[in-house]
Write a protein that binds this ligand. Structure first.
Ligand SMILES: Nc1ncnc2c1ncn2[C@@H]1O[C@H](COP(=O)(O)OP(=O)(O)O)[C@@H](O)[C@H]1O
Ligand SMILES: [Mg+2]
Length: 473
């Protein structure tokens, strides 16, 4: 590459790395600032550690070059506080009393480099240029990750686990042909998004997509909402109104939480499905509608049929095409890209261009079992995005109960005793089983073994409770 071009590229990247110089000696702070400014870095100097911390807090610098010996707060204490505020910050410590031991200590505590005084500027510039390089590389990687994320989006749904790819495949296959479809899955798993995707891929995507949450309304209101009513048909019906089926005629009606409807309502819905006919409340007139119907539920409708709470005929009509959206615990591989997706989304919402999560925060999210599924994960990131004040969302920004489970896991992991391998295996299986609330299928998945192997191990470990007690003793 042309040398001039190379130099101007280096200077351009240096402009992206704001530096703060912290030294209790005003002269040192000033000289270093001037040298780095001349090299093309945006620099501010200060003699006050609190002021430097303030700059870290408000994100006005990426790197701090800090003196080791200062009155009040020394370099190591400053390093610790800085990394607490922003784990993505780079701190270079400078000392007049260089010793290999203290250099290693500083690096162990998270310092990026440890230099001696008087500062050798070629060495400092080399360190800063290495940083500029990895900073630029980080930006490029994030850019690529964003592109990858875009390519993994399926009609606004993020997913790359085999389980979700299967859902996408099936949705693509049926989208052109279905007239009724049932989407099942635990609450917050993304059923409504899948319903919307089905509509978008269907031949009626240009028509309306009307949503009705069946659990939110009492029967009479639900009926008038879906089928419409004529004026005077009940108190408050001051005018004639069409319902959702007429409103979405030609398009799609999405009935969320269909498992919550009464048997009477189910009979009326069956009529729509069988004959595509509706009647407005209070009117004898039968109207034809041409709608695609997608229903969703988090209940096990087969069990509801057996319990006499759901009409069998309606269930069979609906479930001829069934899409099951798995809960997040069944597809932990999706957590990192969902996190990335929501961090980007809420970073944009709150005007905070986050670079991501710290490693320890990531681990906490990966270890949680997400009973509220993607909705819960989205809420966690949304509120963390409000509180986080650095470039990275950290453990402290996560809800208290997630932080607690982290402390619990950390302390349990440090209790060690010399158990025979067989016992360690039993204890471990027992722990995972507890984590999965006794769900053996999930436990086997987490352990990476078959279900039959799990049953065999469980049979073999004769006194799991005693073992667990011994562990916590
Ligand atoms: N795979 C996903 N990708 C992106 N956002 C998702 C995904 N799954 C769920 N969400 C988001 O999580 C929330 C809950 O999803 P929703 O479709 O309403 O779940 P459900 O209908 O199963 O209760 C919504 O805000 C939705 O946008
Ligand atoms: Mg829903």
């Amino acid at each position: 590459m042309n040398v001039l071009l190379e130099r101007s590229l280096v200077e351009l990247s240096r402009k992206n790395l704001p530096i703060c110089i912290l030294d209790d000696e005003p002269y040192h702070a000033e000289v270093t600032s001037e040298r780095l400014q001349a090299a093309g870095f945006p620099v501010t100097g200060t003699t006050n550690a609190e002021e430097a911390l303030q700059k870290v807090r408000c994100g006005s610098c990426r790197v701090v070059v800090a003196d080791m010996k200062m009155p009040g707060m020394d370099g190591l204490a400053f390093l610790e506080k800085t990394l607490q505020c922003d784990p993505g910050m780079y701190v270079i410590l400078v000392t007049g009393f260089y010793a290999v031991d203290s250099a290693i200590e500083a690096i162990k505590h998270g310092a990026y480099d440890y230099l001696c005084k008087p500062i050798e500027y070629t060495r400092l510039l080399k360190t800063l240029d290495d940083l500029t390089d990895s900073f630029t590389r980080g930006l490029q990687i994030r850019d690529l990750e964003d592109k990858l994320l875009d390519s993994l989006l399926f009609h606004g749904i993020v997913g790359r686990s085999p389980a979700m790819l299967e859902v996408f495949d099936l949705a693509k296959k049926i989208a052109r042909h279905y007239t009724n479809a049932l989407i099942t899955g635990p609450t917050g798993s993304g059923k409504e998004l899948v319903a919307h995707a089905l509509h978008q891929m269907s031949p009626v995507s240009q028509e309306r997509f009307a949503v009705c949450n069946c659990s939110a309304l009492v029967d009479t209101l639900l009926e008038s909402q879906l089928f419409g009513h004529v004026r005077g048909s009940f108190t408050g019906a001051t005018e004639t109104r069409p319902g959702l089926f007429e409103y979405a005629n030609g398009g799609t009606v999405f009935l969320d939480e269909i498992g919550e409807t009464s048997l009477q309502m189910q009979a009326k819905l069956l009529r729509v499905i069988q004959n595509r006919e509706i009647q407005r409340v209070g009117s004898p007139e039968v109207r034809k509608v041409d709608v695609r119907l997608i229903a969703a539920t988090n209940r096990d409708l087969r069990a509801e049929v057996l319990a006499g709470r759901f009409r069998e005929d309606l269930f069979y009509r609906l479930s001829s095409i069934e899409l099951r959206v798995p809960g997040l615990a069944e597809r932990p591989g999706d957590i990192p890209i969902l996190v990335q997706h929501f961090v980007k989304k809420y970073g944009e919402t709150y005007g905070k261009p986050f670079q991501g999560l710290t490693r320890r925060a990531h681990i906490v999210l990966l270890q949680h079992d997400w009973p509220g599924n993607v909705r819960e994960l989205e809420n966690v990131i949304a509120s963390a995005a409000i509180t986080a004040n650095s470039d990275f969302i950290d453990v402290g920004d996560l809800p208290e109960h997630l932080q607690r489970s982290r402390r619990h896991t950390a302390s349990a992991a440090t209790v060690w005793s010399p158990l025979p391998l067989d016992e360690v295996r039993s204890v471990h299986i027992q722990r995972v089983l507890e984590m999965c609330h006794g769900n053996r299928v999930r436990t086997a998945q987490v352990l990476g073994i078959g279900r039959t192997s799990l049953y065999r191990f469980l049979k073999r470990s004769d006194k799991p409770v005693a073992l667990a007690a011994r562990r916590s003793a």
